[in-house]
Ligand binder design. Structure first.
Ligand code: ADP
Ligand code: ZN
Length: 514
């Protein structure tokens, strides 16, 4: 407590910090699962100060290490970093300080730690503990896999008496199991904090005019800092351009940009107020900006874990923040396509498709978003959060059995070879060139759905796909085809309840708005 008060200037521990500090300072191993912004750093920083010797922190992010060391030094903690960006003289000085017992904490990049030279150095130093930050990087199924993390078992083998603490904000059960196995943490005590982020308001909307919808959303957040995630580099450029034209202070960020511009954009985002960063998921790990007021997804993220991580960058200061996701069937088709056509193994592809399906289920769900998200990490939540779209405006549902049968019938009669736009033309009896060319205007389903408008039909198809009653055939550019669940619905053996689309917001007409 004294270290917490006098060195860090905080009056009290947050959540489980106190227990974790006590456990690790006492020499125990720990696995800490805590959401982003939960306060993981103190869990190893304080034990490093309390225990004799220097705390060695393994972190994959060079920029972040430097930041942490800077802020520790300002607090009077003797901290240093060893990574590839140092020149020989500086490295030598850090090594000397370590051996002389003049360091409280040393941040080391994993590839550096694995060198024989560094290990020989540590043999000669007094080590207080090993902290393995971003421990999910050890997991091949995760999105940040770092092969060097796999070799960190050396810590346990070479220095068995030194306590280890592994930390991550990725808490799903498979990743957790893999961390324990790969880092030999079977004996470690696991600390799981609540993953709920009550100050984030989650909202999911379906895409009709994505650009317009984004501008309307941003109008609610004028002058605030935020991140907009898009699915590809090209999309990032496109969205950033659109926003700049609309007079918004937006900057792009993706791995294809040159390093200088990218770093400059990141710096501006961190230092200035009210910058909207349009980025791929390359942007984010370790971004510690407390007052990010919103995270918007203009394309579908790849999984619920990814979505949770990305939206978790909002509201780290605890203030009201918003996570907004705008998605359409087209997004889902492109993501499926990307997965199926990738070089990955069949097993991996199946896994990723499964993750995508779970995310779609989340999007179409009528349950509390907070409950659904933490539930995904195995945590119970009473629901009724009062701070998500579904709790604030409970969605209406309707009996979509008949509409679903008509939709399936249009898919079946046209040979399971066409996408949504064409199927809706057939259902609504629009004799487009393509419809006539294929003779679909003479099918029995032609015009049977004229009583339902196009937007509602889109919603029907999207939900049928989300519920696994139809599937997008990625080899055929998103043609819809049957699944095992289609038959019973078509035959009227299964009832289908669909959620109603919320009414379209009234759009103000703006002059000069192309
Ligand atoms: P994480 O690594 O889990 O994302 P950090 O360790 O960066 O989180 O902490 C997030 C923020 O919370 C930081 O600004 C930190 O100073 C603050 N913080 C952490 N612990 C406490 C505490 N006990 N009291 C007040 N603020 C805290
Ligand atoms: Zn809710």
């Amino acid at each position: 407590m004294q270290t917490l008060n006098t060195v860090f200037g905080y009056p009290a521990f947050r959540g489980e910090q106190g227990d974790i500090v006590r456990h690790v300072a006492g020499g125990g191993d720990a696995l800490v699962l805590m959401p982003t912004g939960g306060g993981k750093s103190l869990c190893y920083q304080i034990p490093s100060l309390l225990r004799e010797g220097c705390g060695i922190v393994v972190s994959p992010l060079i920029a972040l290490m430097q930041d942490q060391v800077e802020s520790l030094r300002q607090l009077g903690v003797r901290a240093a970093v060893l990574n590839s960006t140092l020149d020989a003289a500086t490295s030598a000085e850090v090594e000397r300080q370590l051996l002389a017992g003049e360091l409280d904490m040393l941040y080391v990049a994993p590839e550096r730690l694995l060198t024989p030279r560094c290990q020989a150095l540590l043999d000669r130093a007094r080590i207080a503990l090993f902290a393995i930050d971003e421990a999910h990087c050890v997991s091949q199924w995760g999105h940040d896999f770092r092969p060097e993390y796999r070799q960190l078992t050396v810590l346990h083998e070479r220095w068995p008496e030194v306590p280890r603490i592994a930390l991550t904000a990725t808490a799903d059960a498979p990743t957790r199991r893999e961390i324990i196995e790969r880092l030999a943490l079977e004996e470690a005590r696991t600390f799981v904090s609540s993953f709920d982020r009550p100050n984030i308001r989650y909202r999911v909307v379906t895409k009709d005019d994505g650009r317009r919808q984004l501008l309307d959303f941003l109008a609610e957040h004028r002058g605030e800092s935020g991140v907009i995630y898009a699915f590809s580099r090209k999309r990032v450029e496109q969205v950033a351009d659109q926003l700049v034209i609309a007079g918004i202070n937006a900057l792009p960020y993706h791995a294809g940009m040159d390093a200088t511009t990218r770093a400059a954009n990141q710096r501006r985002f961190l230092q200035e107020d009210g910058i909207v960063m349009v980025a791929t998921i390359a942007f984010g790990m370790g971004i510690d900006k407390p007052d990010v007021r919103f995270v918007a997804h203009v394309d579908l993220p790849k999984s619920i874990e990814g979505y949770y991580q990305e939206t978790g960058r909002a509201g780290r200061d605890g203030g009201p923040s918003e996570a907004w996701l705008c998605y359409g069937l087209g997004d889902m088709v492109s993501l499926r396509q990307l997965i199926v056509q990738s070089e990955a193994s069949e097993e991996r592809k199946r896994l990723e498709l499964g993750k995508l399906d779970a995310l779609l289920g989340y999007c179409e769900s009528t349950a509390c978003r907070h409950q659904a998200l933490v539930g995904w990490f195995g945590e119970a939540h009473p629901g009724q959060c009062g701070n998500c779209d579904n709790c604030l405006n409970p969605p209406q549902s309707w009996d979509g059995t008949e509409a679903a049968r008509k939709a399936l019938s249009s898919v079946y009669r046209t040979g399971q070879r066409f996408g949504v736009a064409h199927l809706i033309d057939v259902l609504r009896g629009e004799a487009s060139d393509k419809v006539r060319q294929h003779g679909h205007d003479s099918l029995s389903v032609f015009g049977v759905g004229a009583d339902i408008d196009e937007r509602t039909w889109r919603s029907v198809f999207r939900q049928l796909v989300a519920h696994g009653i139809l599937e997008a055939d990625v080899e055929r550019f998103g043609a819809l085809c049957f699944t095992a669940a289609s038959g019973p619905v078509l035959k009227g053996e299964r009832e289908v309840r669909l959620r109603s689309e919320p009414p379209r917001p009234n759009r103000r007409r703006r002059t000069g708005d192309a």
